[in-house]
Ligand binder design. Structure first.
Ligand SMILES: *[C@@H]1O[C@H](CO)[C@@H](O)[C@H](O)[C@H]1NC(C)=O
Ligand SMILES: *[C@@H]1O[C@H](CO)[C@@H](O)[C@H](O)[C@H]1NC(C)=O
Ligand SMILES: *[C@@H]1O[C@H](CO)[C@@H](O)[C@H](O)[C@H]1NC(C)=O
Ligand SMILES: *[C@@H]1O[C@H](CO)[C@@H](O)[C@H](O)[C@H]1NC(C)=O
Length: 475
């Protein structure tokens, strides 16, 4: 299709049952099988969702999806198990074919070329089959058998794309993972430990209902240049169906120590451990927040759900930031945010005062970064309490544990944080240890009610790294 201007579409969950797309968007019509029943969803698709290649065509058995490009063209209700789609105009099919075939052919060619370079011999075979992407998926030669995850990820970082593995390689990996055990429940679906070629991977499984969240998180992880030692290493996204249910997978590196929340519950940390954890968390957040200009640039990203449960501890004692499903990207050229934002997402306990009392200025991207910093201060507080100095430390607690109920409401939080202006208690004994004293000072400067007075992630990182230097000099 040509450049398409804004469209009006039928939307189930919108005011007036109508939504409006941005330019280059589409109307979306879908039906999927959920718990054995057909569930139709109609809405607008953003240009980036269009690019994602997954929304405009169905999986084989359990979902049907259509994109169309005229006002209210998604009015019709689709059904599964009918041979012919009622949308089956020649034009629609052509568009569909183009949407599927063009990107997949390009990918096939890219993959084939890649494979050729390594395996001269197999090239002819692969070429012959390159027409059918589904068939290619079963071709293990896509991912050369001797390669482990580290090498693949390394290839991908040096290959210049800077964003992620080719879609088909991602699928091939995802489809050869063997799930081992459920290791937790997230906001969406379940997290499993899986094995791929003898290595552990983490698999987050979303239900079909949460397709958008799955897509969003995969999209954010594949933002160019996002890779960083303190951000969870993304490996693959895949959608597969087993005949009655669509499963949406997000595959990432696996960290056996689990979340910082779990870790601090079970362990105390030394001063050095604390500094290394704090420094790596601040480094990850600083990288997320930073805009890198240039063709291989990276937009500034705000996380919007920083908390100890969304940070993972690596075996090396450093940490990575995970769960990017609520993150937003900033386009500094247009000074806009890439998705329509709902202001009260995230975890209530960690919400900044301006989110709780609804005074946040969402037209200013800085506002989202500042809310992350407030939450970072709370995470530092959880961490510092577990720092053992001369055998003294505190028990693990969540911030505001003594002031709000277990599952606090926005109202509970607002009363404490905005009205009474309370913050977590900084114990006096932290004054007697240089590192803890500095951590306490950082926290206070992350918690200012005036968000523009808070530290930046880069400043937090520098301040923490100075503690390291001072300690090294003393040693
Ligand atoms: C909903 O419909 C009313 C009446 O037609 C209109 O005034 C209003 O702007 C519509 N709202 C939205 C969000 O489209
Ligand atoms: C497909 O997966 C769903 C959810 O995991 C499960 O309940 C169902 O039994 C599976 N169906 C088949 C045919 O394997
Ligand atoms: C920012 O928006 C402009 C105009 O819509 C677009 O051309 C540009 O590619 C966007 N930049 C990024 C980094 O997405
Ligand atoms: C908030 O802090 C900024 C920076 O320190 C300062 O310039 C501004 O006056 C403060 N605003 C209020 C309302 O105190």
């Amino acid at each position: 299709h040509d450049v398409v201007a804004a469209l009006k579409c039928v939307c189930h969950l919108c005011a007036n049952h109508t939504c409006e797309t941005e330019a280059e968007g589409a109307c979306w019509n879908s039906v999927m099988l959920i718990d054995g029943r057909e569930e139709a969803v109609k809405s607008c698709l953003s240009p980036s969702e269009m690019k994602g290649q997954v929304f405009c065509y169905g999986s084989r058995h359990v979902s049907k999806r259509n994109c169309c490009f005229t006002d209210f063209c998604n009015n019709e209700t689709l059904h599964l198990h009918t041979e012919r789609s009622s949308e089956g105009s020649v034009w629609g099919q052509l568009v569909l074919a183009a949407v599927i075939l063009v990107p997949s052919c390009l990918l096939c060619v890219a993959v084939v070329l890649g494979v050729c370079a390594v395996h001269h011999q197999r090239c002819i075979h692969s070429k012959a089959r390159a027409q059918d992407p589904e068939e290619l998926l079963d071709d293990q030669s896509l991912v050369s058998p001797e390669k482990g995850l580290k090498e693949l990820i390394c290839d991908m970082s040096t290959s210049g794309s800077g964003s992620g593995l080719p879609l088909l390689v991602q699928r091939t990996i995802a489809r050869t993972i063997v799930l081992q055990e459920s290791i937790g429940k997230g906001r969406f679906g379940e997290v499993w430990r899986g094995r791929w070629r003898g290595e552990d991977v983490a698999v987050k499984i979303f239900s079909s209902r949460d397709e958008r969240s799955w897509f969003r998180e995969a999209e954010i992880y594949q933002t160019i240049m996002l890779r960083h030692e303190n951000i969870l290493g993304f490996i693959a996204a895949d959608n597969k169906d087993n005949g009655s249910w669509t499963q949406l997978w997000l595959v990432s590196e696996y960290h056996e120590y689990g979340s910082l929340f779990d870790y601090l519950n079970r362990h105390t940390v030394s001063v050095d451990d604390m500094i290394i954890l704090a420094l790596s968390i601040a480094s990850g957040l600083a990288h997320l927040h930073m805009e890198i200009v240039g063709t291989q640039g990276k937009p500034a990203i705000a996380h919007r759900d920083i908390k100890s449960k969304n940070i993972l501890v690596k075996k090396s004692g450093t940490a990575v930031i995970a769960d990017l499903g609520l993150a937003v990207k900033h386009n500094s050229t247009t000074n806009t945010i890439d998705i329509p934002v709902n202001h009260r997402v995230g975890t209530k306990r960690y919400m900044a005062p301006e989110i709780l009392d609804d005074t946040i200025n969402m037209n200013n991207f800085e506002a989202f970064k500042r809310a992350d910093i407030y939450a970072l201060g709370l995470v530092f507080w959880e961490l510092a309490r577990r720092c053992s100095v001369r055998g003294l430390f505190e028990d693990f607690q969540l911030p505001y544990h003594d002031l709000v109920p277990c599952d606090p409401s926005v109202e509970d939080m607002r009363r404490v944080v905005c009205d009474q202006k309370l913050r977590p208690n900084i114990p006096n004994q932290w004054q007697s240890c240089e590192a803890l004293r500095v951590m306490g000072k950082i926290m206070r400067e992350c918690w200012y009610a005036n968000s523009s007075a808070r530290l930046t992630a880069l400043r937090v990182k520098k301040t923490v790294s100075q503690v390291t230097v001072i300690r090294e000099v003393k040693d």
